[in-house]
Design a protein. Sequence first.
Length: 166
Amino acid sequence: MLQPLVRRTWAPRGRTPTQKSWDRHDRLSVISALTVAPGRRRLGLYFQVHRHNIRTEQVVEFLRSLHRRLRRSIIVVMDRWSVHRAALRHLLEAGTRWLAVEWLPAYAPELNPTEQVWNHTKYGDLANYIPEDIDTLCREVERSIGAKRSCRGLLRSFFNHAELHL
């Protein structure tokens, strides 16, 4: 969101830091996937940024583009958000043969490694960040998540946090 996510920070004694932001509620929605290559256990991070709420169509297109990029069958592990369920139902009813689905337990974000991508981005890289406008926020989100792609140790830590050993 354009509103900063205020986090604790350091400052000299007697000089409480202040943030000046304006009351805008524009926001971005991001969809992502952490991938594990079955043979070599190589990790990957794929994402798309949208300027509106993600709906079934965006999830379907994201999964199709992920399949085109990986060029193999995929097993998707997802939470039970209604948009995810509708997208997978749409793909499976269309006779998609390259997709298998495993569901995470309900209300268990700690088991979802992609939640750690969001936590690291929102509470780490973008904590106390005040963007000028939605375009600036979009660039910064893309930079933050894109930088994680090349950091294999960090991606591995997201799986370790979810207690999914590779």
